[in-house]
Design a protein around this ligand. Structure first.
Ligand code: HMG
Ligand code: MG
Length: 300
């Protein structure tokens, strides 16, 4: 890809929906994902193979994955916390998974009921087993700047965990500002630390910015300046984490696309279709559209 290309990983169907209290019907999820598949997106995170006791909204993971139309050239990753999740993912033909950990002990415990060290042992087993099935793995590090339980986290903890994830075979690590407390200087501090810890360049990293404090786009700008070219986003700014109270959605895909176009960067994603889909899913969920860009366009 040229330096002007930015890849967007649409996480709306997973991060966006996991926090919805009312169960979203499987057909709506499938329709939502199928619409996203027709926009030029190259990666759509579609569901999680986590415990339904922990995240009831994702309990229909196998049905969603089986029913969506899979188009050539598009990845449909799913979150997998353990071998049980991997087994279910393998059974329905998943080709890409994401393992997820955190730069905070308290968040690791709250989100996956284990310490950071235990999570690392778990990732190794899951990634190894995934490889045997020809499945590729993306890694997530949550709480790269701050944690809802512990406050500020150390860049070194993020860098350490990210380098382990790359070492054990994750092809990319997505750096999550889970509660959206980061600001550009803090994001840059994390990115700078990554350079120190691993020899890998920024092509192995993505940024996953929640917009709780309205900082997502400036943080993405900071990432762009430092060479990051992959960003996670959710249409209509859907999202949040069930184990991070008060955290709002991801940066809205509409806002991200508008921003990147303004910066002269290519994504291959159809802006108008994304605005339409954001409007559609907001109506289906009966919730406000959190993309300012979409509201401006739709008001015309
Ligand atoms: P646990 O309770 O320690 O696990 O949870 P367990 O092994 O004792 O299992 C408990 C029950 O769940 C058992 O059922 C298991 O069979 C079942 P029971 O015997 O009681 O009937 N179970 C499963 N069922 C289906 N699929 C599975 C599975 N595993 C166990 N894979 C566990 C540990 C990791 C399972 C749990 O903590 C969990 O599922 N956590 C996931 C939480 C989650 O999905 N959080 C949101 C995603 S992360 C996020 O949003 C952040 C991100 O966006 C980045 C960012 O913003 O920073 C990625
Ligand atoms: Mg998230």
């Amino acid at each position: 890809q040229s330096g002007d290309f930015v890849k967007i990983v649409e996480v709306g169907p997973r991060d966006g929906l996991q926090n919805e209290r009312k169960m979203v019907p499987t057909e709506i999820k499938v329709d939502f994902i199928n619409r996203l598949s027709a926009t030029g997106l190259r990666s759509i995170e579609v569901t999680s193979f986590v415990s339904p006791k922990w995240v009831p909204q994702m309990a229909d993971n196998s049905r969603v994955f089986q029913r969506i139309e899979k188009r050539d050239g598009i990845s449909y990753p799913v979150l997998v916390p353990n071998l049980k999740g991997l087994e279910s993912a393998v059974a329905v033909g998943v080709k890409e998974i994401a393992v997820f950990g955190a730069a905070s002990e308290a968040f690791s415990k709250a989100n996956t009921n284990c310490s950071i060290e235990e999570s690392v042992r778990n990732f190794k087993v899951v990634v190894e087993e995934a490889k045997k099935h020809g499945i590729r793995t993306r890694g997530y590090v949550s709480c790269i700047v701050g944690c809802p339980y512990e406050g500020e986290t150390k860049p070194a903890t993020t860098a350490h965990l990210a380098s382990i994830m790359l070492d054990i075979g994750c092809y990319e690590v997505s750096l999550g500002d889970t509660v959206g407390v980061g600001s550009p200087r803090k994001i840059k501090r994390v990115l700078n630390e990554l350079h120190h810890v691993s020899s890998s360049n920024m092509s192995c990293y993505a940024l996953h910015c929640h917009d709780t404090y309205g900082q997502a786009l400036v943080n993405i700008q900071a990432g762009l300046e430092d060479g990051v070219r992959v960003f996670d986003s959710s249409v209509a700014g859907l999202g949040g984490c069930p184990y991070a109270a008060g955290a709002s959605g991801n940066v809205a895909t509409e806002d991200l696309l508008y921003f990147l176009r303004g910066e002269g960067l290519e994504t291959g994603v159809d802006f108008d279709k994304i605005v339409e889909i954001g409007d559609y899913i907001s109506n289906e969920l009966g919730r406000a559209n959190h993309s300012k860009t979409a509201l401006a366009v739709l008001a015309k």
